[in-house]
Design a protein around this ligand. Structure first.
Ligand SMILES: Cc1cc2nc3c(=O)[nH]c(=O)nc-3n(C[C@H](O)[C@H](O)[C@H](O)COP(=O)(O)O)c2cc1C
Length: 385
């Protein structure tokens, strides 16, 4: 079996890391990362919609020295690529969230911790001093949303992401076929799949009995995984509305970032209500199947926001040229979900670092070929056709 170092050396692209992750992970876990809702139309279009735009190189611009750094909500980033929030990262690698956050810090970017991390937000903060944002939902128990925000503040998280497109859990049919539940409950089918991937199982054998959604566990009254699953599902609230955004805006005084914005009117409303940034996102095609591909939604949101707050994008970023296109369409930065989980599954912190380095160097090369010497110049350069 090739070592992790050999696999990373041969992984020239994000796609190659995806293939390596498929090899490494039990199928239900690979599918949990890889899959989307229903017929996975939005999932596929998130990637293919980048082809709607062609690049128009301007080679004589003189881009010999290129600066990929950018400023975002008080952070100086080495490149405009952040790690997006993804639940259960600790199921793919021991202490997966901490490994990924350390990779982000080494690379000089922000790590976003999911509400559904295996480790607690406190544990991540203790293990990792780098830039970090916390992601939450509006729960039926509004007090729990505030509690997570308070815990994030007390633990030095510099931004709060409110995800607005997860008020019900999307119908992810690969998980249904595989019997994969959230949080995971391991039955005979799962154990059989796990046994077939020995190196993953060996690495995870001590962690598996403790896999849960760390932030939800009440130290005072331990509950079964089934009990936790029931409580979590009942916490989500499809009745949430703008007044909840207002309430959170009042409560959290730091940067508040709204994730899951596709409609220009919602972007306008977010600005009006004092949100500090929006993330154009359809949750990686895991929620509304048939929702507009993120990159297609981006120009409308950028127009609506009109430079008043940063617009970020996630969904389908697999190449540096995708990052370039998103920036050329007006995004300030992008986030990656699945790619960092593929890297994590293959080689932990080194794997996530490899993902960031691949995208960074592809973006750098694209900028050199396109004639763009800085991130700002991409937005001003009329590089798209
Ligand atoms: C396995 C997995 C778990 C996710 N969990 C969360 C989550 O807990 N909160 C959230 O806001 N988004 C979550 N997302 C969505 C990502 O933050 C992001 O929007 C999406 O993955 C971007 O698309 P990409 O995977 O093509 O980069 C999750 C995505 C995946 C793949």
């Amino acid at each position: 079996m090739p070592s992790q170092i050999q696999v990373l050396k041969r992984a020239w692209s994000i796609d190659a890391l995806r293939a390596a992750a498929r090899h490494q992970l039990p199928q239900p876990l690979f599918d949990f990362i890889d899959g989307g809702a229903e017929d996975e139309k939005t999932l596929r279009q998130n990637e293919s919609a980048f082809d709607d735009w062609d690049l128009l190189p301007r080679p004589l611009n003189g881009a010999g020295a290129r600066d990929l750094s950018t400023e975002l909500l008080g952070h100086s980033l080495r490149s405009p690529i952040l790690i997006g929030p993804t639940g259960l990262a600790g199921l793919f690698w021991p202490q997966g969230e901490i490994a990924a956050a350390r990779a982000a810090a080494t690379h000089g970017t922000v790590y976003c911790l999911s509400h559904g991390s295996v480790c607690t937000l406190e544990a991540l903060a203790q293990a990792h001093q780098g830039p970090r944002w916390m992601q939450v939902f509006i729960y039926k128990d509004r007090g729990f949303t505030r509690e997570l925000a308070d815990r994030a503040k007390a633990n030095g998280y510099q931004g709060l992401i409110l995800t607005i497109d997860n008020q019900l859990i999307g119908k992810r049919e690969r998980d249904l076929v595989n019997g994969f539940t959230i949080p995971p409950r391991f039955g005979p089918g799962q154990w059989l799949a796990f046994a077939q991937k020995f190196s993953w199982w060996w690495a995870m054998r001590r962690e598996l009995p403790h896999i849960t959604f760390g932030n939800y566990v009440k130290a005072s009254s331990p509950e079964s995984v089934a009990g936790l699953a029931g409580r979590m599902a009942s916490l989500l609230d499809p009745a949430m509305n703008w007044s909840d955004v207002d309430a959170l805006r009042q409560h959290w005084t730091g940067p508040l970032i709204l994730k899951g914005v596709l409609h220009p009117d919602d972007a306008r409303e977010a600005v009006r209500r004092g949100v500090d940034a929006v993330i154009v996102s359809n949750h990686g095609g895991r929620q509304v199947d048939g929702a507009l591909a993120s990159v297609r939604a981006l120009p409308g949101v950028v127009d609506a926001v009109d430079g008043r707050i940063p617009v970020l994008l996630d969904g389908g970023i697999r190449r540096g040229s995708d990052v370039f296109k998103a920036l050329a369409l007006g995004a300030q930065a992008v986030l990656v979900g699945r790619p960092h989980l593929w890297g994590l599954a293959v080689a932990g912190q080194d794997g996530v670092k490899a993902v960031l380095e691949i995208l960074h160097s592809e973006l750098d090369r694209t900028m050199g070929l396109m004639g763009a010497s800085s991130i700002d110049s991409i937005r001003r350069g009329h590089y798209l056709s």
